[in-house]
Design a protein around this ligand. Sequence first.
Ligand code: NAP
Length: 244
Amino acid sequence: MEDKKVALVTGGSRGIGRAIALELARYNFNVAVNFNKDEKEALNAVEEIKKQKVDGIAIKANVSNFDECAAMMEIIKKKFNRLDVLVNNAGALFDKSLKNMAKEQWELVLKTNLDGTFNVTKNALPLIRDGGRIINISSIAGINGNFGQTNYAASKAGIIGFTKSLAKELGRHKITVNAVAPGFIDTEMTKNVPFIRKRIIMAMIPIGRAGTPEDIANSVAFLASERASYITGQVIRVDGGLNF
Ligand code: NAP
């Protein structure tokens, strides 16, 4: 298993991250699953990964903490001694109109989503091989904005700027850097959206359904593949046509 390519998926314990981790395992990657709180879910994801005859490991690290991200890379270096694909997926939400948003709610979301992307990528960079892939999970909220999401949309728009800039820096190493911008995906994150709001969103999706974590995982697996080696600095919307 040592010769296999290695992927790290942050927030890989559930939802979109878990689907990405499993899809990359199906594509023959050894996979490191990062989590922050839920070790049981992360270990369960690793069990599923190993069913694909690849290796897996669960690593606890809060992506908003720079030192914990550095320690996570040491673990990956020790176990696999390489990193080929980094998926910055870990994310948090705390919706409030700006009028009602506390500073802590702004900071929690920015620190997890945007600082987290920096903390993980900065520490991963020395390990990522030439020809590698960095895939950042943004959101259509980062492109269009969304009511009650100044914090979330700002963090996800920041990820887009980060992606486009880093693509320019790493092109000479044939490392591609892209963002995937999901629309409304059925996960823990969206389960508390009020029923009426969900119905309004559903009516705005031309494909006529919420997205699944697998819809996002499929696009990430493509960007991680050899077939996507000439795509960099892009934001790929995976949203069923939703445009709010
Ligand atoms: P989710 O079900 O809430 O899962 C979030 C994952 O992130 C969990 O594995 C969680 O692990 C991890 N996580 C949260 N904070 C972390 C931290 N500080 N450090 C490390 N891991 C952390 O969310 P999801 O819907 O799958 O979302 C995944 C990504 O897609 C996020 O970036 C989100 O913004 C983006 N996205 C989602 C949607 C949607 O409709 N669902 C739409 C657009 C974009 P623990 O529980 O162990 O902490």
